[in-house]
Design a protein around this ligand. Structure first.
Ligand code: ATR
Length: 278
């Protein structure tokens, strides 16, 4: 569909943002759904998120994704927050509702959907371990607790940050040391360990075993050292592309009111990664 005067615009604000997969994923979704929408990446410097949101309002932009370093600082520019975004103090998607710009956090729901749709895994009653205590980890910790996990063990390089993050899981939140990974049904790596240029596994590989599902939120490279170590130990291990696609699907639905065309979004993301974009 070519761009016309009627084309509606959505985009992502971030820095760095030029390698973002979001334009690929969302434009594939708009095309598949036959919607006259387009999605672009806006390079917005640290501190400029409120100005970018004001600009988006003035320009009539209908949806924004929000990535580093704006997930917290963008809050002040919004009219309202979803309950999840309020609890996390962070936003990764902004939807226009009438004249209001409403902040949402779809990362946690994205993980829960990726677990359910792609792996057939429900956190209810399960022991879950989350490595990391940053923004991504916090969204995951809250979502796993809300999905009924029996316990959510938070393991982090800096224990003080783990203490704060574990509060999000309420009574099922536990701060732990790495050896507790042995007891977990689900392990989520929410640290940048294993990213391109950072090749140390997130945790001691001897702690993995079969009967475990390991999700590394890192998706570039697709096969991280953590995934390789977990698979070598017999665990089922996957990367972060599923969560990325499913959080985008939630944003798509918030913006358009339609169900997201997941297979087209997934295929576009995988093709882009295979061609070296990320
Ligand atoms: P994001 O928003 O993507 O989650 P973040 O907020 O910067 O990123 O959080 C990064 C998380 O990964 C933190 O938990 C950080 O640990 P600290 O609390 O000690 O800073 C963790 N982290 C970053 N680099 C790491 C590394 N090389 N090994 C282990 N943990 C790391």
């Amino acid at each position: 569909m070519s761009t016309t005067g009627a084309t509606r615009v959505a985009g992502v604000i971030g820095d760095p943002v030029r390698h973002s997969l979001s334009p690929v994923i969302h434009n594939a979704a708009f095309a598949e759904a036959g919607l006259d929408w387009t999605f672009v990446a806006f390079e917005v410097l640290d501190g400029d998120a409120p100005g970018a949101v004001a600009g988006a309002r003035a320009l009539g932009i209908d949806g924004l994704s929000v990535t580093m370093p704006h997930k917290a600082t963008v809050l002040e520019a919004l009219d309202r927050l979803s309950p999840t975004a309020t609890k996390l103090g962070a936003v990764n998607a902004i939807a226009r509702e009438g004249t209001e710009f409403v902040g949402h956090s779809t990362d946690g729901a994205g993980l829960i959907d990726a677990l359910a749709f792609d792996e057939g895994f429900a956190p209810e009653g399960k022991t879950c371990a989350v490595i990391g205590a940053g923004g991504a980890a916090r969204a995951v910790i809250l979502a796993l607790a809300d999905a009924g996990a029996n316990s959510v063990i938070v393991i982090n390089r800096t224990p003080a940050n783990a203490e704060i993050a574990a509060l999000l899981a309420g009574r099922v939140g536990v701060v732990g040391t790495e050896d507790l990974v042995r007891d977990a049904d689900l392990i989520v790596n929410a640290t940048p360990a294993g990213m391109i240029g950072n090749d140390t596994p997130a945790i001691d590989p001897t702690l993995f075993h079969s009967n475990q599902l390991v999700v590394d939120l890192v998706y570039a490279p697709p096969l991280t050292s953590t995934i390789q170590a977990a698979r070598a130990a017999g665990a089922h291990a996957v990367g972060g592309l599923g969560m990325l696609v499913h959080q985008a699907a939630h944003a798509f639905t918030l913006w358009t009111g339609q169900e997201a065309p997941l297979p087209a979004m997934s295929a576009a993301a995988m093709a882009a990664l295979a061609h070296g974009r990320r």
